[in-house]
Design a protein around this ligand. Structure first.
Ligand SMILES: *[C@@H]1O[C@H](CO)[C@@H](O)[C@H](O)[C@H]1NC(C)=O
Ligand SMILES: *[C@@H]1O[C@H](CO)[C@@H](O)[C@H](O)[C@H]1NC(C)=O
Ligand SMILES: *[C@@H]1O[C@H](CO)[C@@H](O)[C@H](O)[C@H]1NC(C)=O
Ligand SMILES: *[C@@H]1O[C@H](CO)[C@@H](O)[C@H](O)[C@H]1NC(C)=O
Length: 229
């Protein structure tokens, strides 16, 4: 009995050893493969994340650029045509006695040195706060008037025809952080131009023969736009 059983048992033992080592090798290989798969998966995920963020950034930039261009196109359209059938040539070259006369500034704007000015003599109901007036100028590719020196100050103040006392024309000057600041970002250098101290909430009007005065920015006034040539 025993003699016949011996080799069988021996074989069984060998098989057991083999199965055990094979299993560990398989497990080892399995773990290795899993690690590699995980690594590939993680790398691809990382790459994918990177690529998608890159694309998202690109898309955001393109949208911003698109808005920018749309805005510029809108401004250019306003600049070069006042509406259907009326091109810029008509605005700059109105007919006088059946002859076209071309001006440096568009119709209704005054030319002085290298600028054009629009004196907005708005009726009482159509007068604007300083902010509203500025928006109006921006809509005309210009800004509230800035006087760079005494010559221009005199010009603006002389052109403030329909004004007296507290009734004047907004210009591009207001109090900001305790200083008089122009809309072009510069500060008023000659403080004798305005008598009142610059307290926030005050904006400046131009009054004929009286120069500049400060009043509350929320008041409704006429306004002067300026546009460089
Ligand atoms: C990751 O992306 C780069 C290009 O963006 C590519 O060259 C590389 O082969 C990618 N790697 C993997 C693991 O997909
Ligand atoms: C993902 O982006 C980071 C920084 O943006 C970079 O350091 C990394 O190498 C990128 N990974 C791949 C796989 O492209
Ligand atoms: C939009 O246009 C202005 C002027 O052309 C430029 O300074 C600005 O950087 C642009 N903005 C974007 C987001 O392209
Ligand atoms: C004011 O500036 C204009 C344009 O730069 C110039 O022509 C003019 O002579 C200047 N006036 C004074 C008083 O500086």
């Amino acid at each position: 009995m025993q003699s016949t059983n011996q080799p069988y048992l021996f074989l069984l033992d060998k098989q057991c050893a083999c199965i055990q080592s094979c299993t560990s090798v398989t497990i080892c290989w399995g773990i290795l493969l899993l690690i590699m798969a995980l690594r590939i998966y993680c790398e691809s995920q990382l790459n994918w994340t990177n690529t998608s963020t890159a694309f998202e950034t690109q898309i955001r930039d393109l949208i911003a650029e698109n808005q920018n261009l749309t805005e510029q196109i809108k401004l250019m359209k306003m600049e070069f045509s006042l509406g259907p059938g009326q091109c810029s040539v008509d605005a700059y070259c109105p007919k006088e006695n059946n002859k076209k006369v071309c001006n440096t500034c568009r119709e209704g704007w005054l030319h002085f040195e290298s600028n054009c000015y629009a004196i907005n003599d708005a009726e009482l109901g159509e007068q604007k706060t300083w902010e509203e007036a500025r928006e109006n100028c921006k809509g005309k590719i210009s800004d509230l008037a800035v006087a760079i020196n005494a010559t221009e100050k005199k010009y603006i103040s002389d052109k403030s025809w329909k004004s007296s006392g507290e009734n004047g024309y907004w210009i591009g000057l207001r109090a900001e952080g305790g200083k008089w600041k122009w809309v072009d970002g510069s500060y008023l250098t000659d403080n004798s131009w305005i008598q009142q101290p610059p307290s926030d909430g005050l904006c400046v009007i131009s009054v004929q023969n009286e120069g500049f005065k400060s009043v509350n920015c929320d008041q409704k006034k006429q306004w002067i736009c300026k546009k460089r040539l």
